[in-house]
Design a protein around this ligand. Structure first.
Ligand code: IDP
Ligand code: MG
Length: 153
């Protein structure tokens, strides 16, 4: 039996549940268009992350601005908005122990040119903007982003 982290006794709390985290993943328009969405989804499944929710949608400018609000002052902001709104995307909530870090390791660095082979961006990304996938950068960002795309789930 897993032991409760607080009291170290077998009180029935599951350590996996305690450490479970969620991340918001977006397969960006280039990923859908290049027909590599299935391969990308498999990477998360093969890393033992659970898919809790998944939907295909188009992101409008208003949602894109909210999602990328931390980049509003960057010189690439308008290009980023145009790109993320340029076609259908697949949005997912993945969960599991350390899901945020695990997902980012699977994705690789922002710039596909610097992402090693075997990472999603290394294998399928084109350039520093058109980089095939989004993953939350912290558990706090994940919860904010999940709220934007899925509401209270
Ligand atoms: P991340 O997606 O790896 O978390 P962020 O720095 O949060 O990277 O940037 C958000 C998105 O903005 C990137 O995924 C990419 O599409 C785009 N982006 C980031 N840096 C640049 C840049 O220097 N030039 C153009 N686009 C960029
Ligand atoms: Mg980011």
């Amino acid at each position: 039996m897993n032991r409760c982290q607080k009291c170290k006794k077998g009180c029935g709390l599951n350590l996996e549940d305690i450490n479970t985290e969620r991340s918001l993943i977006i397969i960006k328009p280039d990923g859908v268009q290049k027909r590599v969405a299935g391969k990308i989804i498999s990477r998360f499944e093969e890393a033992s992350l659970d898919i809790e929710q998944m939907k295909m949608m188009e992101i409008d400018k208003e949602l894109a601005k909210k999602h990328y609000r931390d980049h509003a002052e960057k010189d690439f902001f308008s290009i980023l908005l145009k790109y993320i709104c340029s076609g259908p995307v697949i949005v997912m909530i993945v969960s599991g122990p350390g899901a945020v870090k695990k997902a980012r390791e699977l994705m690789g660095p922002t710039d596909p040119g610097k992402a090693p082979p075997g990472t999603i961006r290394g294998d399928f990304g084109r350039d520093i903007t058109v980089n095939v996938v989004h993953g939350s950068d912290s558990p706090e960002s994940a919860e904010r982003e999940i709220g934007l795309f899925f509401g209270r789930v």
